[in-house]
Design a protein around this ligand. Sequence first.
Ligand SMILES: Nc1ncnc2c1ncn2[C@@H]1O[C@H](COP(=O)(O)OP(=O)(O)OP(=O)(O)O)[C@@H](O)[C@H]1O
Ligand SMILES: [Mg+2]
Length: 262
Amino acid sequence: MTMGMMDREVIGIDNVSLTYRARNSAVHALDRVSLRASEGEFVAVVGPSGCGKSTLIKLLAGLILPSGGVIRVNRQPVRGPTASIGIVFQNPLLMAWRTALRNVLLQIEIRDLPVENYRATAQELIELVGLEGFENAYPHQLSGGMQQRVGLCRALIHDPDLLLMDEPFGALDALTREQMNAELQRIWMERRKTVLFITHSISEAVYLADRVLVMSSRPGRIVGEINVDLPRPRTVEATETMAFAQFTRRVREHLNSGGAIE
Ligand SMILES: Nc1ncnc2c1ncn2[C@@H]1O[C@H](COP(=O)(O)OP(=O)(O)OP(=O)(O)O)[C@@H](O)[C@H]1O
Ligand SMILES: [Mg+2]
């Protein structure tokens, strides 16, 4: 842990509860969740299906407002859509009739920023994620992993302080997923964004994160926190060591104590 870097808070979630209300039903999704992340930190959240992980992302993005508690991004209370974040969804949702490059630039158009000023950055990002030569390819010409890389570029193009990733690699095959995890670690080490990464995979969380938070089943609460102080860059071989297994075991123990897991 580098001193100084730990000081600046990027995510501050205090006692946040969320109940979805419809005409004659209410779903208590989150129960007094508190979570903090400092600048440059990589935090992973694991929890059973339906425990409110995507809800947490929606709250941070300002797409929904909490029923109780406070959410801050960069120490500012979130009251609506947040400008300084990038989101990577499970399904990259690329525009079929736009090339890879123009899908990345779409983010700029939506934010009403001058597209010309971002062309070089888009090209740089495409190279960073290893998609050089595919700038003009359409989504149907790209593999699932490549589409997800475009999604990552799109989330980074406006240089957000915070990157929210909601099970970004869940739909990929195991080998591609492993490769994407290694790439993400490399990109994160290069760019040092603050990342909140949601996953169902315990080993993915331990491989990527500085800190793993474990949620209970609904209503979601934080029931465990594990600091993963494995050296970086972490290799695929490192995931087969005893040290690694000790971390995954601790995460699993918290999951088991916090409610059902899938
Ligand atoms: N817009 C909504 N209206 C009503 N209920 C909702 C809404 N969105 C989510 N929920 C409910 O809130 C709970 C939490 O949903 P959420 O999508 O946050 O879970 P999750 O942890 O992301 O699950 P998964 O791992 O399956 O993606 C679920 O029970 C879900 O049915
Ligand atoms: Mg979800």
